[in-house]
Design a protein around this ligand. Structure first.
Ligand code: AMP
Ligand code: ZN
Length: 470
């Protein structure tokens, strides 16, 4: 089956056509975080969808070369550093480190490179692109000293977001990096220095200043992946103006089609609104982990709804993820115990009526994760039934475990490396559970303290208690 992916440019599912099909090489660029605060779960929905894409491509033997940028200079980072009275680099470093730690928690496969916008070689590449755009008359320096891209000079401007310039009159210029389709205008490539920028400034042929957000990604993508790339991803809010601008900048410089296929994920929502910093309705991974949720539970909750469907974030959703994972864990433990009874392994393609390849076939269809998970849960149900009725051999259970291993290379949902809980603690925990069920709160508190004295902290959830070593 040929992989089909939804292309935002054509609004259709299309077969994946690569620049280098022989080598099965996929040049993938993913827009990374603006490091002015901790990334929130909405951001991670985008990164998890990209992770699923990368992992599935790899499962299908593609050689994925992925680059993710770090936006470490823009209006928000400069404002943040000024508010705290520290240097921009010191301010952003903190959030870069936090971002990588969260990526690890959520089990994101690392990209090949994480270029930062302020790296000298990237600033140089941006200046070079702007110079070229001015030379080709696609850009100009305005009276305010800033350099702008002239959108009417590029006939294809608007093709990604489906905005028609003949219907919508461009309205002058826009300095800010983020604006709506209604404000369509020449956008800033180089922003002339102002006192608000403090010591954040680079020299350029147009005077001191700093790059606009859009040119950052164009320069870093082409510098690290080449003038043409296969796939480019982000959240839907990146379509306009960010990705529209990226196309304009790159195609005007190179004269070549920049991206083969554009993919965008729908938003993570909270009660009907996009999860965002500005709306204040966001959760960070670390915040939820402090409340007792694990990285893999967050991963499951964000990954298991199709990427083009808006996903509503709720605590009930997290609870459901916990239950689904418990089901998977119980099954894989049972399978492992059963398979251990025989050292031979028998692989097979069909388990009763279920074709095991259908997990991957479902993902070939524009990452249809719901259909892929349906295959997994069918396999769980069917194999449990076959073990119960003694119709599955341990060697077949071994074969099924090998299939699960491949599936899990894509899902990355294995339990965290477990720490051994001493028997004494386990007994106290069971006694506390009984006390909780009997609503004997004073006994429950006493047992909590006793467990704490042995070096274990309890995190209570609605139906459960979890132990964390302190
Ligand atoms: P930013 O740091 O705002 O540039 O966002 C980084 C990435 O997260 C971009 O690809 C955004 O499109 C994506 N993103 C931001 N908020 C959400 C959300 N609520 N749901 C899904 N993706 C989001
Ligand atoms: Zn970008």
């Amino acid at each position: 089956m040929v992989m089909q992916l939804h292309n935002t440019l054509t609004r259709q599912k299309e077969p994946l056509r690569l620049l280098d099909p022989q080598q099965k090489k996929v040049r993938l660029y993913t827009c990374g975080p603006t490091v002015y605060d901790f990334a929130h779960l909405g951001n991670f929905r985008a990164y998890l969808f990209e992770d699923l894409l990368q992992r599935h491509l790899e499962a299908r033997s593609y050689d994925v070369d992925r680059v993710m940028n770090l936006t470490d200079v823009d209006d928000k980072t400069i404002r943040g550093a000024r508010t705290q009275g520290i240097k921009l680099a010191e301010f952003t470093q903190r959030y870069k480190e936090a971002f990588f730690a969260d990526c690890k928690t959520l089990r994101l496969r690392p990209a090949r490179a994480y270029p930062a916008a302020t790296d000298p070689e990237n600033i140089a590449a941006m200046i070079e692109m702007i110079r070229d755009l001015i030379e080709k008359k696609h850009a100009y320096q305005a009276e305010d000293g800033s350099v702008y891209f002239r959108i009417t000079s590029f006939a294809d401007y608007g093709k990604l977001a489906h905005v028609d310039l003949t219907e919508q009159r461009p309205s002058g210029r826009v300095q800010s990096d983020e604006y709506e389709k209604e404000q369509i205008a020449d956008f800033a490539l180089w922003k002339a220095w102002t006192p608000d920028d403090g010591d954040v400034r680079w020299e350029s042929p147009w005077g001191a200043g700093r790059p606009g957000w859009h040119i950052e990604c164009s320069a870093m993508a082409t510098r690290l992946l080449g003038n043409q790339i296969d796939l480019h991803c982000g959240g839907v809010d990146n379509i306009f103006p960010h990705h529209e601008a990226e196309i304009a900048q790159c195609e005007c410089v190179t004269g070549k089609k920049f991206v083969g296929l554009w993919m965008h994920c729908a938003h993570l929502m909270v009660e009907g609104s996009k999860m965002s910093k500005s709306a204040g309705n966001f959760y960070t991974a670390r915040e939820l982990m402090n409340r007792g949720w694990s990285g893999r539970e967050l991963r499951y909750a964000l990954l298991t709804v199709h990427y083009r469907i808006p996903l509503n974030f709720t605590m009930e959703g997290l609870e459901a993820s916990r239950q689904a994972l418990a089901r998977i864990d119980t099954w894989s433990e049972r399978l492992q115990e059963f398979a251990a009874m025989d050292t031979s392994i028998q692989t097979f393609e069909k388990l009763g009526p279920i074709d095991l390849g259908d997990f991957f076939n479902a993902l070939d269809d524009d990452l249809n994760i719901s259909a892929a998970l349906a295959v997994l849960f069918d396999v769980i149900r069917e194999s449990n039934r076959l073990i119960d009725t003694k119709k599955l051999s341990p060697a077949e259970a071994g074969g099924l475990l090998q299939w699960w291993k491949k599936v899990n290379e894509v899902l990355a949902l294995e339990p965290d490396v477990s720490v051994t809980i001493p028997d004494e603690v386990k007994m106290l925990l069971a006694a506390r559970q009984a006390a909780r069920e009997a609503k004997n709160w004073s006994e429950s508190d006493r047992l909590r303290d006793e467990i704490a004295a042995l070096g274990w902290q309890i995190k209570d959830t609605k139906n459960d208690q979890r132990l964390v070593p302190v």
